[in-house]
Design a protein around this ligand. Sequence first.
Ligand SMILES: NC(=O)c1ccc[n+]([C@@H]2O[C@H](COP(=O)([O-])OP(=O)(O)OC[C@H]3O[C@@H](n4cnc5c(N)ncnc54)[C@H](OP(=O)(O)O)[C@@H]3O)[C@@H](O)[C@H]2O)c1
Length: 313
Amino acid sequence: MIQPDNLRFTRLPLANGAGAIPALGFGTLIPDPIATKNATKAALEAGFRALDTAERYRTEKEVGEAMTEVFKAGKIKREEVFVATKLWNTNHRPERVKPAFEVSLKKLQLDYLDLYLIHTPFAFQPGDVQDPRDVSGNVIYDRGVTLLDTWRAMEELVREGKCKAIGLSDIGLEKLKEIFEAATIKPAVVHVESHPYLPEWELLDYCRKNGIVFQAFAALGHSSEPNLLADPVITAIAHRVGKTPAQVALAWGIQRGTALLTTTKTPSRMAENFDVSTLPEDAMREINEGIQSRIRFNAVVETGVPGFIPREK
Ligand SMILES: NC(=O)c1ccc[n+]([C@@H]2O[C@H](COP(=O)([O-])OP(=O)(O)OC[C@H]3O[C@@H](n4cnc5c(N)ncnc54)[C@H](OP(=O)(O)O)[C@@H]3O)[C@@H](O)[C@H]2O)c1
């Protein structure tokens, strides 16, 4: 059995931005608006102090309402919560970045953002249709803008003081290096799929060496098959240390130095997912060396089309 400790309160300083990000974060990619609002409130009440949303999730309004109600109740202050949202693919043209940012801020009912991420490195045809397709059903990409053009417009938001840090999501190592080397304001956070089936050691190593916080999404494997939480290495450790498989996967992520995001609509799992404690070294070694499966559940990194969001009609 392991004893409760302060692992759940770990915060990672942003070397390339202001402040520090709580390692254990709550994601709001939940299709139903009422469930999103309820889950966001429950997450804050359970102790989560980092929230992740995105223009593309269409959950910013509900996350904003939930935060506003919790802040008004007086138990948690705005400054205690690290809020991140993301610029969608159809807004990569530099002149569209600030207006998109302002809309997100308004929906979230905030006057500053802790982190703004470029959701994917793929620019789509600019406009109001989030998933633009041609008559054959193929994505319409925008070849008239580079990721660096978009990054420069993101840097401007930091200079204007309404955003404390900027970063990249769904990015591979080569593209990250390009932006990192050319950037005036360096990426503070890289947000990518990662869990014991996709540890991304090389990317994590580059982030560590360059003061970038690596934030893992789908930290529990997104309830996808094969089910990470049923992996025999994870379940055996969980049994031995007196924790659940989810708590083992989350602790592993924090202990190897990453921030991470998990999501649940289920109230009992909210408390469970916040109740993480440090795993013994041998358990860390067993996960790192004993799990050989390598599985990416979300192909967004290859095309910019989000794998976990139902396609727009
Ligand atoms: N940038 C990107 O492209 C991108 C892509 C995907 C996600 N994200 C972000 O990352 C966040 C987290 O990703 P994710 O939703 O894939 O996270 P996840 O935590 O790996 O998966 C969520 C799933 O796990 C289940 N779950 C949660 N806690 C559990 C527990 N203790 N035991 C068993 N099952 C449990 C949830 O079920 P219930 O809800 O039914 O409890 C839900 O089906 C998202 O909300 C979003 O903010 C970003």
